[in-house]
Structures are given as C-alpha cells and as structure tokens.
Write a protein that binds this ligand. Structure first.
Ligand SMILES: NC(=O)c1ccc[n+]([C@@H]2O[C@H](COP(=O)([O-])OP(=O)(O)OC[C@H]3O[C@@H](n4cnc5c(N)ncnc54)[C@H](O)[C@@H]3O)[C@@H](O)[C@H]2O)c1
Ligand SMILES: O=P(O)(O)OC[C@@H](O)[C@@H](O)[C@H](O)[C@H](O)CO
Length: 404
C-alpha cells in the first residue's frame, strides 16, 4: 500500500482533472478522484493516468503535455468514499463540483469527519475550489449542519475549512482533435493561480508536503474579489454579449470591438476602479492584471464555448456574484455603472433552452415583468440609477437580438 500522503478531490471534471489534481499529484500526493459519474470513475480506474494539454494560440500543436499518473477513482455514492475519507494518510480534500452541488456532498463529508474522529485520525484541510466568494465557508456551514456535537467539536480542532481563489480556464476538451488523446485528457491554458486562506489551515502550514503552485494569503478576500469581479465578470459579459451576437466561443466574442469595449470599460473603469479603492491595488498592477485577463480570453487555442461560460445565469446574477457584486461595490464608491449595466442586461437576455436557469429566468421575466424581477433578484430597487440603466441597456440589446 502506498505510503504517500493522500488527497481526495470531489468532481473529476475540467478543473479537477485540469488544475487541482495535477498540482496535488506533482507535489507528491496520491490523488483519489470521487465523482457521481460512473463513466469517469471507471475510466480513471482503468487508465490510472491521463494527460493535461497546455494550449496556446501561438503554437501550431499542443505546446506541452503533462502526464498525471497514479490516480484512482471512487464513486461518490458508495461507502468506499467514507473509507477513503477516514484514511490515516489523508491530508487534504478539495472540491470542484459547482457551487450548487456543495449541498449534496456535505452529508458525505460529515460522515467522513465522524469516521476520522472514531479512528483518531490526523488533521485534514478541506478547500472548495468553486467560483464564489467564501465557497469553503458555505460548504463548512452545510457540513456542520450534519455533524453531531462531538463530531463538530472534533472538526473545530482537526478540520481546516479554507476558502480559496481558483483561476485557470479549463473548458471541455475534444480528444479527437489531438493525436493520441484519451477521453480523460484535458486541455488547459498555461496560466493558473490558486490562492488559499492561510489562517484557516490546520496542521503544518505550508502543507506538508507543500503544494507546488498553491499560494497562501492572509487576506484572501481581496484576491477572491479581484478574481471573481475581474476574470469572471469580464468572462460573463463576453459570453452573454457573444451569445446575443451569435458567436460560439469567447475568443471570437472578445474579437468583436463592441464587446471588447464593454468588457474593457467594465473591468478598468468600473469594477477595477472600485476594487482599487477597496483593496488598494495600484493602478499599474491592477491594469496589468486586467490586460492579462483580456489576453487569456483571446486565446483561441482554448476552445471555450460562450454557453459554458454563461451557464447558470441566475447564479451569475446573484447579489455577491460577478456582475451584481462589482456593480454594488461601484455604487458604494459613487462610481457610475454603464458597462456593467450592459453586462447585467445581456445576462437577463440569455435565452438558452438547454440551460435550466436560463429557462427559469426567461419564464420569470415574462410572467412577472423585467423591472420587479430584476429588483428582487439583485436588490437594485426600481427607480434607482442602476436599475434604470439596466432596463435601458436591455431595450438596446433586444435590438442586437432582433438583428441576428
Ligand atoms: N472550468 C473552469 O475553467 C473553472 C475554473 C475555475 C473554477 N471553476 C469552478 O470549478 C467547479 C467545477 O467546474 P468544472 O468546469 O470543472 O465543471 P465540470 O462539469 O467539468 O466538473 C464537475 C464535476 O463534478 C461532478 N459532480 C457533480 N455532482 C457531484 C457530486 N454530487 N459528487 C461528486 N461529483 C459530482 C460532475 O460529474 C463533474 O465531473 C465550478 O464551481 C466552477 O465554477 C471552473
Ligand atoms: O465556472 P463558472 O460557471 O462559475 O464560470 C464560468 C467561467 O467564467 C469560469 O469557469 C472560468 O473559466 C474560470 O473561473 C477561470 O478561472
């Protein structure tokens, strides 16, 4: 049996296989994937390895391929997972399942924590790598709701719940477009950033062994907001405007000057101005961060569909999320929002019959009326400046929709 320290990763999807597991594996952890998808778990247990293709516009072919080996899979619906969670060599648990799925994995994590207490096992750290402010804190609350008093006391001492900011663009990968690639392979951009909340970690800090590529920060909130309100805000605006203009990919959409101008304005003059005020990022540093983000969007080698980036518009229009979050921050600092308003309007126009939240949103707008629905969703009251501007932009963008 392997004596390597172990890591369990929930969600063997794009970011799990393409980012988190590779860092853990390269740092000396034996990675155990867990997923509800039996097909992925079976494939992992047949192959025990896969390749990560680093994709860059400037290369004719994949410019680098990393081999990830010695991985295994466990179906998340079986008791095998509880045994894995109680393993004496387990150091770290990560998730990348989607924010709305945290509810579903919380009871399993609670059972795993109870089993660790019964076994007197070593401390572990749990890190939810989902796109949201405080995703791990949200998970911790859901897990605690399933713990008895003694298990909760054990968890408070032995289980670290650390928030993080996680950044790497990893869309679905087409193995047929790459010679010799397997169904488990993933295609990723070269850029990555994983920043973890240091004060929340239990046991040795940095982790032992340290995770190569994992940065630790005392003030995670600043990095979390910087990423969500820049990369994800710009990504969402590009995707929703791109969808309206009938582009398939983010790279195509950001190549349209009308869309690029809105994204630039939203990131530099609005979200960026508010983030700089709140977190004291310098203009030079934050400007460079935004420009890197825009270059990443234009990377056509990472074939990223606007429908992936626009998925679940109601989650993206939630009050603390990537569109309304920076718009609220702007209003706190008296910064007018024109471009973000256009982005929110484009999100409200996202009409995709294959996306459940889009269907729900379009139905609600039709039945309840845009003005009251938007106010209820976002907290921007009817009659407020932002509310009025979003309604105006919505009308104008309906013209884009009709023009197609
Ligand atoms: N792909 C990216 O570019 C990227 C980058 C940063 C963060 N994220 C975040 O990572 C998370 C995952 O995104 P993704 O793109 O990898 O999605 P994905 O759909 O490729 O992967 C999610 C995986 O979770 C699995 N899953 C669903 N329910 C589960 C459950 N109950 N138990 C165990 N596994 C379950 C799915 O089967 C799937 O394999 C999201 O929160 C996303 O916002 C994604
Ligand atoms: O994963 P979502 O749905 O929250 O957001 C879609 C994309 O913006 C996102 O997955 C980015 O690719 C990622 O956040 C890059 O780090």
């Amino acid at each position: 049996m392997s004596q390597k320290p172990r890591a369990i990763h929930f969600g063997a999807g794009n970011i799990g296989r393409g980012f988190i597991a590779p860092l853990l594996s390269k740092s000396g952890y034996h990675v155990v994937f867990t997923d509800v998808d039996k097909g992925i778990i079976d494939a992992i247990n047949e192959e025990h390895s896969y390749s990560v293709h680093i994709l860059d516009t400037n290369a004719d072919e994949d410019n680098e391929v990393e081999e990830i080996s010695y991985v295994k899979g466990v179906l998340s619906t079986t008791d095998d997972l509880i045994r894995e969670l109680a393993h004496p060599k387990l150091h770290i648990v990560t998730t990348a399942v989607g924010l709305t799925v945290l509810d579903k994995i919380a009871p399993t994590l609670a059972r795993g924590i109870a089993a660790r207490r019964a076994a007197g096992a070593r401390p572990i750290n749990i890190i939810a790598c989902e796109n949201a402010i405080g995703a791990t804190a949200q998970l911790a609350e859901k897990v605690r709701a399933h713990l008895g008093k003694e298990d909760a006391a054990y968890a408070a001492e032995h289980v670290g719940f650390a928030n993080c900011s996680v950044d790497r663009i990893v869309p679905p990968f087409d193995p047929e477009a790459h010679d010799g690639a397997s169904s488990l392979d993933v295609g990723v951009e070269a850029f990555f950033e994983w920043i973890v909340e240091r004060p929340a970690l239990k046991g040795p800090v940095p982790l032992d062994p340290p995770v190569e590529g994992m940065k630790l920060a005392d003030d995670l909130a600043a990095y979390n907001e910087r990423k969500l309100f820049t990369l994800n805000a710009g990504h969402a605006i590009t995707a929703y405007l791109g969808y309206l203009a009938k582009y398939s990919t983010v790279a195509e959409a950001i190549g349209d000057e009308r869309i690029a101008a809105t994204v630039r304005g939203a990131l530099h003059d609005e979200a960026g101005a508010a983030l700089r005020r709140k977190h004291r990022f310098s203009e030079e540093e934050h400007g460079a961060y935004i420009e890197t983000v825009l270059t990443r969007f234009a990377n056509a080698a990472v074939h990223d569909d606007v429908v992936r980036v626009g998925r679940q518009p109601l989650r993206k229009l939630a009050r603390g999320d990537r569109l309304v979050g920076p718009a609220r921050m702007c209003t706190e600092y008296g910064i007018p929002v024109h471009h973000l308003a256009r982005g929110m309007a484009a999100a409200l126009l996202y009409d995709n019959a294959k996306d459940e939240q889009s269907v729900e949103m379009c139905k609600a707008i039709k039945e309840r009326g845009l003005a009251p629905y938007f106010a209820e969703l976002t907290g921007f009251e009817e009659g407020s400046e932002v509310h009025g501007r979003v309604l105006e932009e919505y009308k104008e963008l309906e013209g884009w929709k009709r023009a197609q």
